[in-house]
Design a protein around this ligand. Structure first.
Ligand code: SF4
Length: 244
């Protein structure tokens, strides 16, 4: 077991050394070619998602894209997910939803977010992602270091949920993102124009003032900064049963 842990750490270290200064497209290509059809891109179809999705579509339009439809998303996000996938020619987008039994037992009135956001995120995001990632050897995220919080230490390659996890945009700045969007004329999420630089579920997302941290509108007024899919699993809530 110790040998396997060392071997896994070596693999992450070797990939980081190799890709530390690579472009996002080079990182994506390495990730996709290394894992073939066994890698999934996890996307929120949020304010900056079009960049990574566009890059991935240029390499493999059939790549599996996991979209966590929590049941609490803005209608604009659901529309954007459909329109953007079609525009980019992405054929592998999967809408992953919370399990009916988990909602029935732990959140029957759809108001768990009012009392326990960690538990709500666990049922609506973490467990669905864990189920969706079964069968994949690696995953790709759109996180950037400039987003702040725990993300300022983000590495290009890490290990998450026992799988290699690639963050092709880790090194990019907001200016890089904006320039790419302009160069490729990518459509913006409709809520960006209304002051939402980071977009999650409607109960937990607020618009922010000009100059504020872009993720400051997420779980505003609480200590929470991440939904839990990128942090070690902590909730004591377990799945109730299989999908129906
Ligand atoms: S972001 Fe809010 S509504 Fe969405 S899953 Fe987390 S706590 Fe629930």
């Amino acid at each position: 077991m110790a040998y396997e842990v060392c071997e896994a750490a070596d693999e992450v270290g070797e990939l980081n050394a190799r890709l530390r200064d690579a472009t996002p497209q080079e990182i994506l290509r390495v990730a996709i070619e290394r894992h073939g059809g066994k890698i999934a891109l996890v996307s929120s179809f949020g304010s900056e998602s079009a960049v990574l999705l566009h890059m991935a579509a240029q390499i493999d339009p059939d790549i599996a894209v996991i979209f966590l439809d929590t049941g609490m998303l803005f209608g604009q996000t659901l529309d954007y997910r459909k329109q953007l996938a079609q525009r980019l020619g992405l054929t592998g987008v999967r809408d992953e939803r919370p399990q009916f039994q988990d909602l029935a037992v732990h959140d029957p009135n759809a108001d768990l977010w009012k009392s326990d956001t960690d538990a709500c995120c666990h049922i609506r995001k973490v467990l669905p992602l864990d189920r969706a990632l079964k069968g994949f050897d690696g995953w790709i995220t759109g996180r950037k270091r400039f987003q702040g919080g725990d993300r300022i230490r983000l590495q290009v390659v890490e290990r998450g949920e026992g799988k290699l996890k690639f963050n092709p945009l880790a090194n990019w700045t907001k200016a890089d993102i904006d320039a790419y969007v302009a160069e490729h004329d990518l459509p913006a999420h409709p809520l960006v124009a209304f002051g939402y630089p980071s977009i999650g579920c409607w109960p937990c997302t607020r618009p922010v003032e000009e100059g504020q941290d872009e993720r400051s509108g997420r779980w505003a007024g609480s200590e929470k900064t991440e939904c839990g899919i990128h942090t070690p699993r902590a909730s004591s809530i377990v799945e109730v049963g299989g999908d129906i």
